[in-house]
Design a protein around this ligand. Sequence first.
Ligand code: ZN
Length: 265
Amino acid sequence: MKRVITITVLFQLLVSIAAIAQLNQTWQGKKCAVVITYDDAINEHLDNAVPLLDSLGLKATFYVTAFSTSVQTRMNEWKKLAPSGHELGNHTLFHPCIGGKGREWVQPEYDLNNYSVQRMVDETKMTNLFLQSLDGKTKRTFAFTCGDMKIADSSFIGGMKNDFVAARAVRNEMRKINEIDLYNIDCYMVNNHTAEQMIDWVKKAVQTNSLLVILFHGVGGGNGLDVSIPAHQKLLNYIKQNEKDIWVAPMVEVAEHVKKWQEKN
Ligand SMILES: [Zn+2]
């Protein structure tokens, strides 16, 4: 009887050790991963986000629209982000989206309804080449413009899986490592949220061992989808203060880790 109990206890101990070991591998020994992303390459990223990120030592992903006004006028500052450890992600050349009802701002020339898959692939590959000329890198991630993934009925990312480690969609969800679809990664889009609301997302990621991707557009202005400077600062400070539980890294780094994990498990 005593021996049976001893074996049972030993077995339970081994199961616990295996579970802890797997948890350690999941997010580099942390409880969750947080990827901070900024879309559309706007001046406020350079002016309001980068100095704070750098002062805290947090690395982010900037989804750059190559032909944006800010890249045209401040290219050298965008170029400096990569040596600082940030990722320059691909957010297309001209930011085309599906136009139509509710999207009256989409110009006909950049309406995905008027694009072919080939044109989208060409422009996106050209953007990769442009970004490579800035940072020298060949591994990169993509962010769907307006969350649009198709031209008519055809997905265009399928033909570019060799060009990208991952692609980010726009859907307010967070997932455990085994549930992540690398070419359709979920993210929480900030639209004038308070610091407390955003901190709740981080707390949920810690509790559920998930990947949380946060998407900013404006930071203290620059886009209607905005975050106030104090709320942005409070969130980033919270993430920094809880770094023992949170793995913070650019998307390309986290996506490569997820890919390896999924291949092994
Ligand atoms: Zn965008």
